[in-house]
Design a protein around this ligand. Structure first.
Ligand code: FE2
Ligand code: FE2
Length: 151
């Protein structure tokens, strides 16, 4: 299977993960436009676009995008210091249940733990995730996020 095409099995896994991670995003509170489910959806779409240009394993990127901010709510509740580091640890636990190979899981953990603007991840995949995350904070999305946060 090519690394830039997802199999039916992988798409099934992505859908399962989307449902599973929804509980990690401040349940009952208004959508967090900066770090919540809608931001995750946009980053998920952006890594697909960037991967076509830059390469990198699409499964690793897609899962990394879905899980990259799962510890953001914990950071906001001061239950962890760095949501990227904690998010990688949570991702390792979540993904172990889905029978992914260890090396794939560790590539995903590396991407998540290096997605912050101040991080210096060295793999193409970690850079793509970081760029997708940054891109979502630019342009029209940034303006709508500012408006939403002031309402
Ligand atoms: Fe983040
Ligand atoms: Fe993010």
């Amino acid at each position: 299977m090519s690394k830039n095409i997802l199999s039916d099995e992988h798409n099934l896994l992505l859908n399962l993960l989307k449902k599973e991670i929804s509980t990690y995003f401040l349940p009952g509170e208004p959508e967090d436009y900066s770090h919540g489910v809608s931001h995750t959806d946009r980053v998920f779409r952006l890594v697909h676009i960037l991967q076509k240009k830059e390469g990198g394993d699409l499964l690793v990127l897609a899962i990394s995008a879905l899980l990259h901010d799962i510890a953001r709510a914990q950071e906001e509740r001061e239950e962890c210091v760095d949501h990227a580091i904690r998010g990688g640890e949570l991702a390792r636990i979540i993904l172990a249940k889905h029978e992914l190979p260890d090396d794939i899981i560790e590539q995903i953990v590396y991407c998540i733990q290096n997605h912050g603007a101040n991080k210096k991840g060295k793999t193409i995949k970690s850079r793509i995730l970081r760029d997708a995350d940054k891109l979502d904070s630019f342009g029209a999305i940034a303006i709508s996020r500012v408006i939403a946060s002031t309402l």
